[in-house]
Design a protein around this ligand. Structure first.
Ligand code: SF4
Length: 179
């Protein structure tokens, strides 16, 4: 039998342990929120999208957002079109603490040669896609792989009817749909 499931399980345990041991006192879920917000686009930095991505409860998220804001790691802003919607962005301090937290993982990856990194990335992407499909979750892919992405001299989202940065940034989106 393949050892991959036990390796995946153990990696998850060790990563959570690394988060818990951080001197800031932040919990694993706080780093997960910061990491998600650093990776998502401007249409996906809302509480509802964070809940969908991380699979956490509304209560856990609202406590986490409150604490991260109090510590100065996040800032909030109202949606310009719908005042009921709130957006969250990392502050400079939020980006700094996340970068420091991820440094150890990045250093670990340096033990792999570029072709090994590429094959691990491909395998993880495949496994992740299959797991999301099995669980009926949203893919949270990037614009360039989305059926709503239009690109010629500029970039355009035909679902949201909004212009995108060109070339479209590699940010994940809650509205992403594979072609
Ligand atoms: S093109 Fe797709 S991934 Fe990009 S913003 Fe639009 S819906 Fe999201």
């Amino acid at each position: 039998m393949s050892s991959i499931p036990i390796y995946m399980e153990r990696l998850g345990v060790l990563m959570r342990h690394h988060s818990r041991a951080h001197p800031s006192g932040l919990h694993p879920v706080h780093f997960e929120v910061l990491h998600y917000l650093s990776a998502c686009n401007r249409f996906s930095n809302t509480p509802q999208a964070i809940i969908e991505y991380l699979g956490i409860t509304k209560g856990t998220l609202s406590q986490s957002l409150k604490l991260l804001e109090q510590k100065g790691y996040l800032s909030r802003s109202m949606d310009l079109k719908d005042r009921r919607i709130v957006h969250f962005d990392l502050t400079g301090a939020g980006e700094a603490i996340l970068a420091e937290h991820l440094q150890e993982t990045r250093q670990l990856l340096e033990h792999l040669a570029p072709p090994e990194q590429a094959s691990v990335e491909k395998a993880l992407e495949l496994l992740l896609g299959k797991m999301i499909e099995q669980q009926g979750g949203k893919p949270f892919g990037v614009c360039r792989t989305c059926k709503y992405h239009r690109s010629d001299e500029s970039s355009w989202c035909s679902l949201l009817q909004l212009p995108l940065e060109h070339p479209a940034p590699d940010k994940i989106c809650r509205e992403h749909v594979a072609p």
